[in-house]
Each structure stands twice: as C-alpha cells, then as structure tokens.
Design a protein around this ligand. Structure first.
Ligand code: CP
Length: 366
C-alpha cells in the first residue's frame, strides 16, 4: 500500500460512514455501521422481490437488462467460494458483465506495481469493484483513495482481515428475517415498527474473536434490539471488547458463556463459526479444545422445533454434517440468500432499486 496520509479507520465512526456516502446514499460499502434499520429492511424487501421476479423467465429477462451497461471487477486477494460466486451470480442476475483477479501473481503487482495503482487501474475499466483482502482497513483505505480520483467508482468490501464482512451480515439478517417471518407478505411488507427479532435469543458460537462475520452481524442486530445475544466461546476466542461496548451503548442484552449444550435449548437461532487459524501467526489457537463448542446431531433433542442453525461456512468439525438434512439447518439457504441480497445491494448502489420495486408492484402485487 502507498503511504497513508490519514488512516480512515482511526476517525470517529460517524465520520467514516459519511466519507463512504454520496448524495445521502451508500456509495462504498465497507462497514456494517453504514446500515441503519430502515436500509437493512429495505434491502431485505428488494432481495425478496428479486428472488420472486427472477423465478419467471420474463422476470429474469427484465432483471437481466437492469445493469447491462455497467461492469464489475471481483478483486479477491484472499480465498473465497461463497462470497466470490454469489457476487458473480448477483452480477449475472442483473445482467452486469464482470471480470476477476483472484491471484496477484497474474497482475503487474509481480513487476512491483503497488496495490493502490492496481485499484486505480481497475477503476478506469470497471464501474464497481468488489474486493476481498486479508488486510484490515485495506478496503476502506482504497475507498478513500477512489474518493480522491476524478473517476470515482463504488467499492464493496467482501471481507477484510479479521475486521468486517458487511455483506455476509446482510445475508445473515435476511436469512433470519426469512426464518422468523410468518408469511411472505410480512417479509415483503412488514407492519410498521414490527421487529421480527423482538424476544429472540441468538447464540454465536466458536472463534468469535477473529470471526469478522460475527462482528458485522452484531452491528446489524444492534439496529433492531429487543433480542438477547449469547456469545459462546472459550476465553481465548471470546468476542472483543469493542463489540461488547457497542452492544452496551445500544442496550442490547448479551451474555458471555462457555457451555453450548446448557443454552442451546433456549435459542431461536444458533450461529456457528469455525476456528479462524489463518489469522494465527504461531499456531497457538489450534491447541484450544473446541469440542465443547460443536453442534452435533445428538444434541438435536434439545433444540426448539423452529430453531434456525446458521453458519457462514466453510466448516470444520464444529457443525455435524448429520444435521444437514434437518429442516432447521439453514446454512445452505444462507448461501442462496447471499446471491439475492448481493443483487439487491448492487441494485441499490446503482439506484435501480426503484425500477425493481415498480416492476414488482406492477406484476406481483398480490
Ligand atoms: N461465508 C464466506 O465468506 O465464505 P467464503 O469464504 O467461501 O466466501
């Protein structure tokens, strides 16, 4: 990276959010704190509409024209299956041609080009950059750099270091929304002020210290309130203080725990995570006994009948494959929901969400 004149990650959150906004709309998507409850609800509704519209040939054809005049670059400097493929599929849903760089060894970075110049170069050929990078703050730094370019284009963070994964958090909320809502109509047009999370108990389990999906999801859930969050992890991998402070400031009931079987029966949703040992310099975390933090088929007699089991995946041993056929397992739904939610987000960024709404209400307003 070039020398940073000012590190944006050190600015107050409100200022960081303002710098990522244009004309009162999201421009760059970097932080979960950029999303308020109205916007999350709106994106869930657009995702649901896209899903319905895309189901019919004529609808899929309509969607396919919406962004056919724009191009996207998927710049993934860290491995990914779901995020990469669901963004790729979302571009296809909206008719947006896209290209990718998944290995810096195929770019002029091997000739000494800086990552900043690589991003500046991409901004000349594409209208959107979707990025995954191992460096915390890297996507935010690049968004600020683009803000200073004559040709500024939006940048979406598809996962940055141990820090944030805001689009995963959006699809997680959308998945919970679909699990907790009673009817399709309620999902599309919730009653004003209704909070589907009111009274729910949601447990996060595993490596919560370095799980960026949990960090981002905690920020989004704090916009709703009314729920109880349980953080179930060994001491060494417990959720960090900044998230706890955020929950306290927002008066979200929460508790730190280390006994999954004891609390699983109270839960309306369990969000499992794997050990994030790619962030581990010395391999120390591999020595932690995680057997008490696994969800297994033989625990299923404890589950509520309508429990939702989520996992951003990939998984290791913490989520028993024998649970895959249980209707309460929602982690494959999560993947598919990601395609619709990412389609909704891209449509929103380019201001074509209103076109989708109009189409939906013209053809599907039952
Ligand atoms: N959930 C998620 O981010 O998966 P990938 O790492 O496969 O993209």
């Amino acid at each position: 990276m070039d020398i940073r004149p000012e590190d944006p990650t050190q600015l107050p959150t409100q200022r960081r959010v303002r710098l990522l906004t244009q004309n009162d709309r999201l421009f760059h998507v970097i932080l979960a704190q950029q999303f308020d409850r109205d916007l999350i609800d709106q994106l869930c509704r657009i995702a649901e509409m896209i899903r319905i519209i895309a189901d019919a040939r004529a609808g899929a054809k309509f969607l396919n024209t919406i962004l056919s005049h724009k191009r996207a670059m998927l710049y993934f400097a860290q491995p990914s299956t779901r995020t990469f493929l669901s963004f790729s599929a979302a571009c296809q849903v909206l008719g947006m041609p896209h290209n990718d760089v998944r290995d810096a060894r195929t770019s002029s970075e091997v000739k000494g080009e800086t990552e900043d110049d690589t991003i500046r170069t991409l901004s000349q050929y594409f209208d959107l950059i979707i990025m995954r990078h191992p460096g915390e703050g890297f996507a935010e730094h690049m968004a600020h750099m683009l803000n200073g370019m004559r040709r500024n284009i939006p940048l979406i963070n598809g996962g940055s270091g141990k820090d944030q994964h805001p689009t995963q958090a959006l699809l997680d909320v959308y998945t919970l929304y679909r699990c907790f809502a009673e009817s399709l109509v309620k999902r599309i047009r919730p009653e004003p002020d209704s909070n589907l999370f009111e009274g729910k108990t949601i447990a996060f389990v595993g490596d919560l210290k370095r799980g960026r999906t949990v960090r981002s999801l905690a920020y989004l859930l704090a916009r709703y309130g009314g729920m109880r969050l349980l953080f179930v992890a060994p001491d060494e991998l417990q959720i960090s203080g900044d998230i706890l402070e955020h929950l306290e400031r927002n008066e979200i009931e929460h508790e730190l725990m280390d006994d999954l079987p004891k609390i699983v029966g109270d839960c309306d949703a369990v969000y499992m995570t794997r050990l994030q040992d790619e962030h581990d310099a010395d391999g120390e975390s591999k020595k932690i006994d995680l057997s008490r933090f696994a969800l297994t088929k033989d625990m299923s007699h404890l589950f509520k009948p309508d429990l939702a089991i989520l996992h951003p995946l990939p998984r290791r041993g913490e989520l028993d494959t024998a649970l895959d056929s249980d209707p309460r397992a929602k982690y494959f739904d999560q993947m598919r929901n990601g395609m619709w939610m990412r389609s909704a987000l891209i449509a929103y960024i380019f201001g074509v969400d209103a076109v989708i709404l109009d189409h939906y209400y013209s053809y599907y307003n039952f």
